[in-house]
Structures are given as structure tokens and as C-alpha cells.
Design a protein around this ligand. Structure first.
Ligand SMILES: [Ca+2]
Length: 238
């Protein structure tokens, strides 16, 4: 049968500011059940599952058996080729209509195409050159253009920034820290959140090692949480 790993609002591990775009929320018990879900409350969602669940899960993220070719399995256990059939089978609400055609967002929003392609070239540029041989930039560039074309209803830059950040995160996981943000390209203003005269918040492009801090006096951090961009300090509420 299908079991759901529950997410609740109990025992959240969180950072202290409520207004930062770089907040990561971690229900405490997820660490115990082997699931880490980190959401910046915008367009970035990070899911990490313990290897003990390999091949034991199903849904939109696949079955986690190391083979990407068998991930389009519907709710009725049928392996399909069509991504729409696959996606529709996993919709949560029966009131939500099925999607029957998928129009490329750059076709639907042609006025965004040249902007999206121009912006996304940063992934293929010298900024990420060190990473190109280790993590293939092509699928990330395509995804960046797709997402940047699609985001046409406010927050125009956010999808672009999240797409580039996704490539940077893959580089980070491969051991390469790329400092790609600038004051004009997807800037992060951590200092804004610092109280006057204090220096509590720092932006780290590739996260930081677990540190003993005033908010984490034990210096004990979960080893299950990978280094992530913008992670400032995370502490447990016990
Ligand atoms: Ca699979």
C-alpha cells in the first residue's frame, strides 16, 4: 500500500528572521524519519531522502532506484512514456483538471524568449567554467530558459535566479563553490537583516560548516543537511 511521509508544522527547525528569502524550514521529525525537506518559501525546494527508502517510494520525484528511465510510474503502477499522463495521475485534488497539452512557455510567451536565453547564458559562461566539465550545464541551461519564459506574472527574475542557483547547487555538491551572484545578478542582501551595530547574518554562497553559535551552543548539527547556499545558521528547537 501507499504510505505517506507526513509533514507537519510541529518541531520546526528554522532561522530566526521571518522575512528573509533565504529561510530554510525543517520539521524536526523529518530528520528522524530520513526525510529532509527544505523550502525557501519561494521557488526553491530541496528534498533529500535517506538511502533506506531506495526503490521504496513513488510519485513525481520518481522511485529513487538510481534508474531515471523508470520514473514515469503512475499512481496505478503503470510505467508510461507521456509526462502528462504521469503528472496527471499524481495530482492531489480530483477537482483539479487534467492537463492535456503542454505548450512550451517560450512559445506561449514569445516576448520573454530572447531575455530568458540571454540571461541564462550565465550558466554556460566563464562564471561557471570550472564546473562545466564536472556537471553538464546543458540541461540546466534548458531548464533555466524554460522556467524564465514561464515566469511572466510578477517575480520575473525569481525563476531565473532559482534556475541558476540550482546549477550552482549541483556544482557545490560536486565540490565546486561558484560565487555567481553579483549586485546586479540575483543579489542577496543579508546585511539588511542585521540589527544596527550587529553582524548576525552573513551570506555564504555554498553554506558553511556546522558551527557553535549563540543559537546553537551545543555545536551539534544534523549531518543529514547538505551544505546549501545562504544557510546562515540553523538551530534546533527542542
Ligand atoms: Ca527510477
Amino acid at each position: 500500500g501507499l504510505k505517506t511521509l507526513g509533514l507537519t508544522n510541529n518541531g520546526l527547525i528554522h532561522t530566526s528572521s521571518s522575512s528573509s528569502s533565504f529561510l530554510w524550514w525543517l520539521p524536526r521529525q523529518q530528520l528522524d524519519i530520513g526525510l529532509v525537506l527544505i523550502w525557501d518559501r519561494r521557488t526553491s525546494l530541496f528534498i533529500q531522502l535517506s538511502p533506506k527508502y531506495k526503490g521504496q517510494v513513488c510519485g513525481l520525484c520518481g522511485n529513487y532506484d538510481g534508474n531515471a528511465n523508470n520514473d514515469f510510474i503512475t499512481r496505478c503502477h503503470a510505467l508510461v512514456v507521456n509526462p502528462l499522463v504521469f503528472g496527471n495521475s499524481w495530482k492531489d485534488s480530483p477537482n483539479c483538471p487534467d492537463v492535456h497539452t503542454m505548450i512550451s512557455p517560450c512559445t506561449a510567451n514569445p516576448y520573454r524568449q530572447s531575455w530568458a536565453q540571454k540571461q541564462c547564458t550565465i550558466i554556460q559562461s566563464h562564471v561557471f567554467s570550472e564546473c562545466h566539465a564536472i556537471v553538464d550545464p546543458a540541461p540546466y541551461f534548458d531548464a533555466c530558459v524554460f522556467d524564465s519564459c514561464a515566469c511572466d506574472t510578477g517575480g520575473d527574475c525569481e525563476c531565473f535566479c532559482s534556475a541558476v542557483a540550482a546549477y550552482a547547487q549541483s556544482c557545490n555538491e560536486a565540490g565546486l563553490c561558484i560565487k555567481w551572484r553579483t549586485p546586479t545578478i540575483c543579489p542577496v542582501f543579508c546585511d539588511y537583516y542585521n540589527p544596527p551595530g550587529e553582524c548576525e547574518w552573513h551570506y555564504k554562497p555554498c553554506g558553511s560548516q556546522c558551527m557553535k553559535t549563540c543559537r546553537n551552543p551545543s555545536g551539534i548539527c544534523s549531518t543529514q543537511i547538505p551544505p546549501l547556499e545562504g544557510k546562515l545558521f540553523i538551530y534546533f528547537i527542542l
